[in-house]
Design a protein around this ligand. Structure first.
Ligand code: AMP
Ligand code: MN
Ligand code: MN
Ligand code: MN
Length: 285
């Protein structure tokens, strides 16, 4: 039987809209056999997801998506299959969340100066006691009518040169990879085609990532075209890296990405799960 993987998803523990349990239930219904919950800079949702996974009959892989600053630019590194109780990893993630807190207040102050009041409190409300992300500001700004939709609001308010932009001060690339490794996990460059890098710059990133002990590139992503997947598969071969696959699902509000609806990895790439235990699911047992 063909095992269906989705190794990049979000829950309400970061900027997704489904609870970890609801995400797992939906993934199982969509036919996903092996799911990784990879919230931004937190593993808070993993315990709830693990309980739900037992009930839903799918296998949960521990995950996280770490915010990294590399060459003045934000890059995301997914960690898979680590020990979530690793104190070194948790210390690192806690530092990133402290920066998130400060940044959120700063975004609020900057938007205030721009004539938008209550953005910090509004975003805080959307984050519902969990970590705070630009996505929560985006939801507030759309709801308040400052922008017609989620894709536009980032461009108008939350990206470089815009009134609510605050430069990230995230983990270093080698640091993020080392945290994941030391916790027994594997590091993956998330959606590598989304960074707007030239081929030369992207290959420099991939080279440094590999040097630091990185394992895989996300080849198939909810935000990659077929052509981009093909190009990323080629990079995995050139750098002897594995290939990963994930939807980057954030919730049913963004229907253009769905759980478990991805194309297969290109034939000539080596899946990150080669060598993982073979998971038998309720459906295949
Ligand atoms: P943060 O990590 O708080 O800076 O927020 C980054 C998150 O915002 C990403 O993980 C995406 O979920 C979301 N995001 C970033 N850019 C866009 C965009 N142009 N349109 C929609 N969502 C975006
Ligand atoms: Mn996100
Ligand atoms: Mn990302
Ligand atoms: Mn993501």
């Amino acid at each position: 039987m063909n095992v269906s993987y989705d190794l990049h998803t979000h829950s309400t523990a970061s900027d997704g809209t489904l609870s970890p349990a609801a995400l797992v239930t939906r993934a199982a219904a969509a036919g996903v056999d092996v799911l990784a919950l990879t919230d931004h800079d937190t593993t808070e949702g993993l315990a709830e997801a693990a309980v739900a996974a037992v009930g839903a009959g799918l296998h949960l892989v521990t995950g996280v998506e770490i915010s990294v600053t590399w060459g003045g630019q934000v890059v995301h590194i997914v960690g898979l299959g680590f020990d979530p109780d690793d104190s070194n990893l948790q210390r690192g993630l806690a530092g990133l969340r402290r920066f998130r807190e400060w940044r959120a207040e700063e975004i609020g102050r900057r938007l205030e100066k721009h004539g938008i009041s209550g953005a910090y409190e509004g975003a805080r409300g959307y984050s519902n006691g969990h970590l705070i992300s630009r996505t929560h500001f985006a939801r507030f700004l759309v709801e308040q009518g400052y922008s017609p939709e989620m894709r536009k609001v980032f461009k108008q308010y939350l990206t470089r040169g815009q009134p609510g932009h605050v430069a990230g001060e995230w983990a270093a690339l080698d640091q993020a990879v080392a945290w994941i490794h030391a916790a027994g996990g594997e590091a993956v460059i998330a959606h590598p085609a989304r960074y707007g890098m030239t081929r030369t710059r992207l290959r420099r990133l991939i080279g440094e990532f590999r040097e630091a002990g990185g394992k895989a590139l996300e080849v198939v992503s909810g935000s990659h075209s077929k052509d981009e997947a093909f190009t990323m598969a080629k990079h995995t071969r050139d750098f002897s890296l594995r290939a990963s696959l994930g939807s980057d699902y954030h919730g049913p509000e963004t229907p253009w990405t769905e759980l478990g609806r991805l194309s297969p990895l290109p034939d000539n790439s080596v899946p990150i799960w080669r060598g993982w235990p073979v998971f038998t699911t309720a459906a295949s047992a």
